[in-house]
Write a protein that binds this ligand. Structure first.
Ligand SMILES: [Zn+2]
Length: 467
């Protein structure tokens, strides 16, 4: 079915009303070629049109944003360019939590009447009080539509069967993947993860049902592969074509990406921003896997300086700040991620106009560890460990302070195929080169470290900073 100009539609109407039955032909590379291959100027026009609308909308409907902006005398009519938009203060998780405490249970940023709320979701709340989100039905459908569009870019088609191997509970990742795949017309198998014995069951189901697409976390995929091998099953026999991931950085770490691709014989796609910035798939790799594309007409993403909060030039390092551009039930304006990345606008072979994060998200400004004044990210260590032959998948970083000096120990598992002394010296050498820090190495027998069925916890900080 041919579309009338979608570019015109998104420049005239907000929130946009998309054709609910639209699907490109299977052989089409793009969902909306007009938008995805637009010029930078055209893309900026779309973004600015949507930004002005969402900012006005938030000001008129959200007590949370009214209070926040009135305090500093900001009015939406002040925002007439993308540069002006940088003047809007950041929204932080702490502020959202405080608002939830003051206006329980849903906060003062819900802009639709309670009767129109379609979905309640929450964060899994690993640290502190969980955050709650309200979605109206229109928003939910627009999220599904944008996720479908993005899944199309890494090669998913209606003939695929998607195996969702992440918890179908508070984790919004699973639901976003599910509704996107449904809107795309694919078959879905919401299998879940995290229950005792579920991974063994997954192995037998996968052998039988042969889904073509996998969704989960990278550490879970590697755990699944281990379990499969224990049962004498080669993970390649599952027959996945595409595996896409969110929830942790692994799929963007080069050696982990390679390991997943070699283990399963599928392409490994990095994806995802954060629950608060849903549609969270707005940062996702295309089939060429050159780093996540920022789908700026879906969620306007700025990489900003961690102190000034102003946009850094391409090539610079900073913190992604997210503004979903089509949400009306609970708008989010310039949401602080706390992640660390670098970005580029160099062209990708796919021809899309969207800039990219060539190294994905490689750290967090708040849980990066500083060892003897040097910043070390678990993802840097992961990149080293996963490329050394003879080591298992898991590792832990233990940071301690004996007297005044920080000591950092890497605990990893030997598979027994190489001499321990040889492994220890190779690990030490390569970690020093990658991070600039000297590590102690502790080799453990395979299977010693705890396996995760969800997100891995890799840093144990034993330093006591109170004394
Ligand atoms: Zn691309």
């Amino acid at each position: 079915m041919m579309q009338t100009s979608v570019l015109k539609t998104v420049l005239q109407q907000w929130p946009p009303q998309y054709d609910k039955s639209y699907l490109p032909e299977d052989k089409e590379k793009y969902w909306y070629k007009e938008i995805e291959t637009a010029s930078k100027e055209e893309l900026n026009d779309i973004i600015l049109f949507k930004i002005k609308n969402v900012v006005h909308y938030a000001y008129e409907h959200s007590p949370f944003y009214q209070r926040k902006w009135n305090k500093i005398g900001l009015h939406p009519s002040d925002i007439n360019s993308l540069k002006d938009f940088e003047q809007i203060p950041i929204t932080t998780k702490a502020e959202v939590r405080e608002d939830l405490e003051e206006h329980p249970p849903f906060g003062s940023n819900v802009c639709v009447p309670y009767t129109e709320v379609h979905r309640i979701h929450g964060t899994s709340g690993t640290t502190g009080k969980p955050t709650v989100f309200s979605f109206g039905k229109d928003d939910w459908e627009r999220i599904a539509h944008q996720h479908a569009r993005i899944m199309w870019s890494f090669g998913m088609r209606p003939s695929d069967l998607v195996f969702i191997a992440s918890p179908l509970s508070l984790y919004i990742g699973s639901w976003g993947a599910l509704i996107g795949a449904e809107r795309l017309g694919a078959k879905t198998f919401p299998f879940g993860a995290g229950q005792t014995g579920q991974t063994e069951k997954a192995v037998s189901w996968l052998k039988e049902v042969k889904p073509t697409v996998f969704y989960g976390t990278p550490s879970y995929a590697l755990y699944l592969a281990e379990k499969a091998k224990e049962q004498g099953v080669d993970p390649k026999a599952f027959g996945f074509r595409i595996m896409f991931f969110s929830g942790e950085p692994g799929a963007g770490v080069p050696s982990t990406k390679r390991k997943i691709e070699e283990t399963f014989g599928a392409i490994c796609i990095d994806s995802g921003t954060m629950a608060e910035a849903t549609p969270w798939m707005s940062s996702t790799e295309c089939e060429h896997r050159t780093g996540v594309h920022l789908w700026l007409d879906v969620v306007y993403t700025e990489v900003v300086d961690k102190d000034t909060k102003l946009r850094v030039p391409y090539g610079g390092e900073g913190v992604p700040v997210y503004t979903p551009l089509e949400r009306t039930s609970q708008p989010v304006i310039r949401y602080w991620s706390g992640d660390l990345t670098t970005w580029t606008d160099e062209p990708c072979p796919c021809g899309r106009v969207y800039p990219r994060l060539p190294k994905g998200i490689y750290g967090r400004i708040d849980d990066m560890i500083t060892v003897r004044g040097v910043n070390v990210y678990a993802s840097m260590v992961e990149n080293v460990i996963r490329r050394i032959e003879g080591l298992g998948e898991e590792f832990r970083l233990v940071v301690s302070r004996e007297s005044v000096m920080d000591e950092v120990t890497i605990q990893c598992e030997t598979l027994g195929s190489k001499a321990n002394e040889e492994l220890i010296s190779q690990i030490g050498r390569e970690l020093k080169r990658e991070t600039g820090v000297t590590f102690k190495t502790e080799l453990l027998p395979a299977g010693t470290l705890e396996r995760t069925q969800f997100k891995a916890k890799r840093v144990v900080d034993q330093r006591d900073f109170r004394s």
